[in-house]
Design a protein around this ligand. Structure first.
Ligand code: 5GP
Ligand code: MG
Ligand code: MG
Length: 191
């Protein structure tokens, strides 16, 4: 049987230029982030806000390492232009939180920060609801592409300006389930 670490198990070997972050490296870093968050939020009323859909894999692995009792909630955001491989910068809320975050310690869990526009929009919106604190934990930081400065409190990995997928991040809505992060092949970019 082909191991799950191998792209050929997932039917995406023809789409992959290289594996950028293998599953074991991801998991080790996520455990470190969870430990750090557990220390920083000890004794605090913590709410994790996961940004759908990309943040789902990261949230569920991260929360297993957060020993502080906490709640989770979800928010769905989109940039106009379905199927686009770049955010258009026009952000729209598809699904809002169910939790009242007023006076609470809120940590946003994001898959990737690229231009920063999506996160900037979320931060502005959530600040209007008067949380006690509002911080950001992003798995990937594509810093070279930043157009709007956004404060990132926890970052898993800084990555170069390449299109990545896997581990929550999609390629045309698929492959969010693969356990590693891969770089899309250049000749698959404009399909
Ligand atoms: P931003 O608003 O920071 O430009 O974009 C954030 C969103 O764009 C992410 O949440 C993600 O949906 C998408 N995005 C940016 N870069 C990538 C990438 O390399 N791969 C994938 N799959 N999505 C990306
Ligand atoms: Mg995201
Ligand atoms: Mg996407």
């Amino acid at each position: 049987e082909t191991p799950v670490e191998s792209p050929s198990s997932w039917g995406c070997e023809h789409l992959i230029d290289r594996i950028l972050i293998p599953a074991d490296v991801l998991q080790r870093r996520i455990a470190e982030l969870g430990a750090q968050i557990s220390r920083d939020y000890a004794g605090k009323d913590l709410v994790l806000v996961c940004v759908l859909k990309g943040g789902v894999m990261f949230l569920t692995d991260l929360m297993r390492h957060i020993t502080v009792p906490h709640e989770i909630d979800f928010m769905a955001i989109t940039s106009y232009g379905i199927g686009a491989r770049q955010s258009t910068g026009v952000v729209r809320i598809l699904m809002d939180l169910q939790t009242n975050i007023e006076g609470r310690h809120v940590l946003i869990v994001e898959d990737i920060v690229d231009s920063g526009r999506t996160l900037d929009h979320i931060l502005r919106l959530l600040w209007t609801r008067n949380p006690a604190t509002l911080r950001v934990c992003a798995l990937l930081d594509k810093r070279a592409r930043r157009e709007i400065q956004v404060p990132l409190d926890y970052v898993g990995f800084e990555i170069p300006n390449v299109f990545v997928f896997g581990y929550g991040l999609d390629l045309d809505e698929k492959f969010r389930n693969i356990p590693f992060i891969a770089v899309l092949k250049a000749d698959a970019l404009e399909e």
